[in-house]
Ligand binder design. Structure first.
Ligand code: DON
Length: 301
């Protein structure tokens, strides 16, 4: 596996730095676009990495997978009363999409969908951001996983679009908690900083049929299948079709430049490089996952 990762790194070298670093959250704009890291955590408990795989970065929308898993674990199929599971045709922060969908966010990985998830997690736990932090620490085995407060306050100072989405969701009666509280917890989830190594370990339950780090079921097999399927269809936003074609794995991206991809029953791969394409997906990250699945033959297809 070390050799595979070295091959992938060499293959994507010319693409590292391509794309645009997210700047609508000012604290993210200062990240060096030349960073690249990739880690593989296997279901047998091994971890491999290359490049900056131990460097923490802002998880951003990667948080949406874990938060959604926490609500799915409690609510089961009832989650679908407040959310859809169809691919989106508009950007991840689109108000138009939400209005067309009458306040039922089209999927859990759009910002509006994640606001609904955060709202539910807040009702269930009283501390959605804290519950997510605890979950990520436990599953990664890294007790120092935490929110980067500078990133959180930078996003909160520019939260207008998410505030508009949250208010629009609330206007359709699909939010139980106060908009300000939901936004605060949502932003603190997105601003959690973690490395590729820790994220791959934390997401390993998705490759293990729902079994967590301590061997207990976080999700049952059926729910895990459905979460992976939802990632395949919706996790890369407008780039989901192209990503399925090139990579062929369930995955989720974040504007920090991270992508988590699941190879069921084998491993989880996490890759990080901050330059983004027009859909908000890491350019070098997608290329690295394409090289990884081409070299290994590991895909769901
Ligand atoms: O709410 C936002 O816009 C960011 N905190 C997260 C967006 C994101 O990561 C979308 N993924 N590519």
């Amino acid at each position: 596996m070390r050799g595979v990762l070295d091959q992938v790194h060499a293959a994507v070298e010319p693409m590292i730095g391509a794309g645009r670093v997210a700047d609508y959250i000012p604290a993210l704009s200062t990240v060096d676009p030349k960073r690249f890291g990739m880690a593989v955590a296997t279901v047998d408990g091994e971890t491999f990495g290359v490049g900056d795989y131990r460097q923490p970065f802002s998880v951003q929308s990667l948080a949406k997978v874990f938060a959604f898993a926490l609500t799915l674990a409690v609510d089961g199929d009832r989650v679908w009363g407040r959310l859809g599971r169809e691919a989106s045709t508009q950007p991840f922060n689109s108000l138009v999409q939400l209005e067309q969908d009458l306040g039922i966010p089209r999927n859990p990985f759009l910002n509006a969908g994640a606001l609904v998830t955060t709202d539910r997690l807040l009702t269930l736990t009283g501390d959605a951001a804290g519950a997510l932090r605890t979950f990520l620490s436990t599953e990664s085995g890294n007790t120092s996983v935490d929110t980067d407060l500078e990133v959180a306050s930078s996003e909160l100072a520019h939260v207008h679009r998410n505030a508009a989405l949250a208010h629009l969701v609330a206007s359709y009666g699909n939010l139980d908690n106060a908009v300000a509280d939901v936004l605060d917890h949502y932003v603190r989830q997105c601003a959690i900083a973690m490395s590729c190594e820790d994220l791959a370990a934390a997401a390993l339950f998705l490759a293990r049929g729902g079994t967590g780090a301590d061997g207990a079921a976080l999700l049952d097999r059926e729910a895990t299948k459905r979460l992976n399927a939802t990632m395949l269809v919706c996790g890369m936003y407008g780039g989901a079709g192209e990503f399925a074609y090139r990579v062929g794995l369930p995955a989720k991206s974040g504007v920090g430049g991270g992508i988590i991809a699941v190879v069921p029953n084998r491993c989880v791969v996490c890759v990080w490089s901050p330059g983004l394409d027009a859909c908000g997906n890491s350019v070098a990250g997608v290329a690295a996952l394409e090289a990884f699945t081409s070299i290994t033959g590991w895909s769901v297809f």
